[in-house]
Design a protein around this ligand. Structure first.
Ligand code: RTP
Ligand code: MG
Length: 135
């Protein structure tokens, strides 16, 4: 069974749509196997987004993702990585399809409510980073 790391980013928590996002995950038939509300330190944020270290938006992204509490979840199910990316929608919420989380709730590319691992390889790395004790 495949697992993916989901983050409900600080904008999602601030806007009180944690329940809405969790509800969509559950309705899809995916299972939550770990969940935690926490505020990231800069080091964890930089490690999480290390693939973007050279991008011009990196500093601003780290500031945003550490700027308030977020909810981290490990979600499990059939092709969970792809299934959650489909629920989330395109990175840019303006072009994300209505019906997706980003398409329904956001307008700005940085404040796009959720993160989902982009491959099973990334999922394994990210789950270890957020939930080192998970078996
Ligand atoms: P994520 O990693 O958060 O699930 O999002 P993603 O795969 O759809 O997009 P990715 O390219 O990995 O970008 C990571 C996050 O960085 C912010 N971003 N800002 N200012 C910009 O041009 C820009 N581009 C990306 C977004 O928060 C994006 O989700
Ligand atoms: Mg990504």
């Amino acid at each position: 069974m495949e697992r993916t790391l989901v983050l409900i980013k600080p904008d999602g928590v601030r806007r009180s749509i944690v329940g809405e996002v969790i509800s969509r995950i559950e309705r899809k038939g995916l299972r939550i196997v770990a969940m935690e509300l926490r505020t990231l330190d800069a080091e964890t944020a930089k490690t999480h987004y290390e693939e973007h270290a050279e991008r011009p938006f990196f500093g601003s992204l780290v500031e945003f993702i550490t700027g308030g509490p977020l909810v981290a979840l490990v979600v499990e199910g059939e092709r969970a990585v792809e299934a959650f990316r489909a629920l989330a929608g395109a990175t840019d919420p303006v072009t994300a399809s209505p019906g997706t989380i980003r398409g329904d709730f956001a307008l700005e590319v940085q404040q796009n409510i959720v993160h989902g691992s982009d491959s099973t390889y990334s999922a394994e790395r990210e789950i270890k980073l957020f939930f080192p004790d998970l078996g």
